[in-house]
Write a protein that binds this ligand. Structure first.
Ligand SMILES: NC(=O)c1ccc[n+]([C@@H]2O[C@H](COP(=O)([O-])OP(=O)(O)OC[C@H]3O[C@@H](n4cnc5c(N)ncnc54)[C@H](O)[C@@H]3O)[C@@H](O)[C@H]2O)c1
Length: 347
C-alpha cells in the first residue's frame, strides 16, 4: 500500500490503487457511520461490524443520508446508491477477512476495545493495520495483548468524519512507524491533513490543548470574571479568526514571537492548574443536560432552536472546510488535494 506522489504533486499509480483497498469499521454509532462514509466516498469497500442489530439495520440508511449531503455539497461525484454497493454490515468479524485497514470506533472503554482488537486480529491477516478511534485511551494500553502490536495505532477522527480534515495518527510504544506513515498516505485519500503523534500521550494533541482551554474557561466563569456568553464571544472572535488559517506556532510567528515570551513570564503562574473536574460542568451533567442533543446545556434551547443550531453547525463545517482548502496547511504538499483516483470531488 506504499505510494509516492509524482513530481507534479498528482496522485501516483500507487495512490490510485489504494482507493480500492478493502477496509473495515467496527462500531456503527455516530463516528463509525461518518468514518465509513468517508472511506466509502474515497473509493474503499467497507465492511461494518456492530453487535447491535438496530445499528446494523439502520447503517446503510444513515450512510446514504451523509453521502447525499456530500453530493449536495459537491464533495461526491458518484451516486450514493452506487457508493453504497461497496458497504456491507455484519455481526460476524469474519466479514473483515479481506480488510487491510480496520478502524475501531466502539464505545470508549479499554477492556471492550482490547476485546474488539483481539476479535479483529483473529479475522484479518497479520499485515492489516488496526486503528483505534479512541478519544483519549493511550494506544500502548490497547496494543498490550495484541498478537501483532506493531500494527495497532490510533486514528483519531473528528466528527463529522466525512467532512473534517482533522486526523491524528498515534503511535503506541510498539507501533511500527511505517504503519503510521502508511495511514498518513492513505488519509490523503480520505481528505485528511493528518498529524502524527510520535510518542503515545493521553489526549494526543488537540484534546490536551482543548482541555487546557476548557479548564481556564471554566475558571473564568466560576470565579466570576466573565459570563459563559462573554467567554464564548471572545474566543469565537479571537481564535475563530485565525485558528483555521494558522496553528499557534505559525500565529506567534505572524504576530511577533517575543511578546508571547514576555506575557508567559507573568501569566503562566496565574493560569488555572486545578486537577478537579469543574463544578459547573458536573452540575450541568447531573441535571440531565446533554447539549443540543436533548435541547439542554450551558445555554437554553427549545427543541426547534436546538435543531437549528445543529443544522447551522453542519453548514458551517462545510463552509470552514472550503475556506481551509483555500489556505492549505504548512506541509509543503498540496494539502487540500484528495488524489484524483478517489471518487470525490472538490477536495
Ligand atoms: N463522538 C465524537 O465526536 C468522537 C470524536 C472522536 C472520537 N470519538 C471516539 O469514537 C468512539 C465511538 O464514539 P461514538 O460517539 O461513535 O459512540 P457511539 O456510542 O455512537 O457508537 C459506538 C458503537 O459501538 C457499538 N459497539 C459497542 N461495543 C461493540 C463491540 N464490542 N463490537 C461491535 N460494536 C460495538 C455500539 O453498538 C455503537 O453502535 C469512542 O471511542 C469515542 O471516544 C468520538
Amino acid at each position: 500500500m506504499k505510494s509516492r506522489k509524482s513530481r507534479k504533486g498528482k496522485a501516483s499509480a500507487g495512490e490510485r490503487a489504494t482507493a480500492g483497498v478493502p477496509t473495515g469499521v467496527v462500531g456503527l454509532g455516530l463516528m463509525g457511520i461518518s468514518i465509513a462514509t468517508c472511506l466509502l466516498a474515497a473509493g474503499h469497500p467497507v465492511a461494518g461490524i456492530d453487535l447491535d442489530g438496530r445499528k446494523r439495520r439502520s447503517a446503510a440508511g444513515r450512510i446514504r443520508a451523509l453521502l447525499e449531503e456530500m453530493r449536495r455539497q459537491k464533495l461526491l461525484r458518484e451516486r450514493p446508491v452506487a457508493v453504497l454497493r461497496r458497504f456491507a454490515a455484519a455481526d460476524d468479524y469474519a466479514a473483515l477477512r479481506d480488510a487491510q485497514v480496520v478502524v475501531e470506533a466502539i464505545t470508549e472503554n479499554v477492556e471492550t476495545k482490547k476485546r474488539v482488537i483481539a476479535s479483529v486480529e483473529a479475522a484479518v491477516g497479520p499485515a492489516t493495520i488496526i486503528g483505534s478511534n479512541t478519544s483519549a485511551i493511550p494506544i500502548s494500553l490497547l496494543q498490550k495483548d495484541a498478537a501483532y502490536p506493531e500494527r495497532v495505532l490510533g486514528t483519531h477522527w473528528a466528527e463529522p468524519a466525512h467532512v473534517t480534515r482533522f486526523m491524528e495518527i498515534i503511535c503506541g510504544e510498539q507501533t511500527d512507524p511505517q504503519n503510521a506513515e502508511c495511514v498518513r498516505v492513505l488519509s490523503r485519500f480520505w481528505g485528511k491533513e493528518a498529524s502524527i503523534v510520535r510518542r503515545d500521550i493521553r489526549g494526543f494533541i488537540t484534546n490536551r490543548c482543548m482541555y487546557a482551554l476548557l479548564r481556564e474557561a471554566f475558571h473564568l466563569v466560576e470565579s466570576g470574571y466573565a459570563t459563559i456568553e462573554d467567554v464564548d464571544r471572545s474566543l469565537r472572535n479571537d481564535f475563530g479568526y485565525w485558528i483555521t488559517f494558522a496553528g499557534p506556532f505559525r500565529y506567534m510567528d505572524l504576530t511577533g514571537v517575543p511578546a508571547y515570551e514576555t506575557v508567559m513570564r507573568d501569566l503562566l503562574p496565574e493560569l488555572c492548574r486545578s486537577t478537579e473536574v469543574p463544578r459547573l460542568i458536573s452540575d450541568v451533567v447531573k441535571s440531565g443536560a446533554q447539549g443540543v442533543a436533548n435541547a439542554r446545556g450551558f445555554y437554553k434551547y427549545t427543541p426547534a432552536s436546538a435543531r437549528r443550531w445543529e443544522k447551522r453547525f453542519l453548514e458551517f463545517t462545510y463552509d470552514i472546510r472550503a475556506l481551509a482548502l483555500k489556505y492549505p496547511g504548512d506541509s509543503g504538499e498540496r494539502a487540500g488535494a484528495r488524489p484524483r483516483a478517489g471518487k470525490t470531488v472538490g477536495q
